[in-house]
Write a protein that binds this ligand. Structure first.
Ligand code: CA
Length: 230
């Protein structure tokens, strides 16, 4: 694979330099911007694989910038990872709803940021040949045979639980909002009845036993299956 192309959008010079340096070290091709305006111009010019996007920028808001990126057909394959302020939970929800793939809360460890960037990119990579078996955290799911197991022992799942587990396994390291789960697993229009999601996730965790701990609760937002170390 070619070096991933990443655009780092952050107006704080020291923080931007730190992030750029670490992505450089990871052999990525890095572009940088300090404003919404230059971010959109660079994104259109270079079509990065990933945009690391700060929410608070001098000439606008990263969430609005995310919506603008999502509206560009040429950037349909570009992933977006938001940098949000601690406590600004509404930003995280708004960001995910604006089409961001994930977020990292400031202050963050750069190592965690790089891991999250990798996880988001893995998710976005086009699948050339759909894998028959999905695996993570000792959980295995075979799409074709429609069977699931934990640590090699088969488990019984309803069709809905199977779809839910499939969704988690194909999105390791990515936050899934209750709304997105309702839309994609239940094929329901998102409404306020999100208790349904919680009830089924609870049951799925119980069925998975120890491995169920890999499904993390992201408070106020939804759930995430823990990343698998690269
Ligand atoms: Ca900022």
């Amino acid at each position: 694979m070619n070096a991933p192309r990443v655009l780092v959008v952050e107006d704080e010079p020291d923080l931007r330099a730190l992030v750029v340096h670490n992505l450089d070290m990871a052999q990525w091709q890095v572009f940088e911007a300090g404003s919404v305006r230059s971010a959109l111009a660079l994104a259109r010019a270079h079509v990065p694989d990933l945009v690391v996007l700060d929410v608070m920028l001098p000439d606008g808001n990263g969430i609005e910038a995310c919506k603008a990126l999502r509206a560009e057909p040429s950037l349909a394959q570009t992933a977006v990872l938001l940098l949000t302020a601690r406590g600004a939970e509404s930003d995280r929800v708004a960001g995910l709803e604006a089409g961001a793939d994930d977020y990292v809360v400031k202050p963050f460890s750069v190592r965690e940021l790089v891991l999250r960037c990798r996880a988001v990119l893995r998710r976005r990579q086009p699948i050339v040949e759909p894998p028959r078996a999905l695996q993570a955290h000792g959980i295995a799911l075979d799409d074709v045979a429609h069977v699931a197991s934990v640590g090699g022992a088969p488990i019984a799942l309803t069709a809905l639980e199977f779809r839910l587990l499939h969704m988690f396994l194909t999105n390791t390291g990515v936050v899934l909002t209750r709304q997105r789960l309702l839309e994609e697993v239940w094929q329901m229009r998102p409404d306020l009845q999100t208790r349904t999601v919680d009830t089924h996730v609870k049951r799925l965790r119980e069925t998975l036993g120890k491995a169920g701990g890999a499904i993390e609760t992201v408070r106020g937002i939804g759930y995430r299956m823990a990343s698998v170390s690269p």
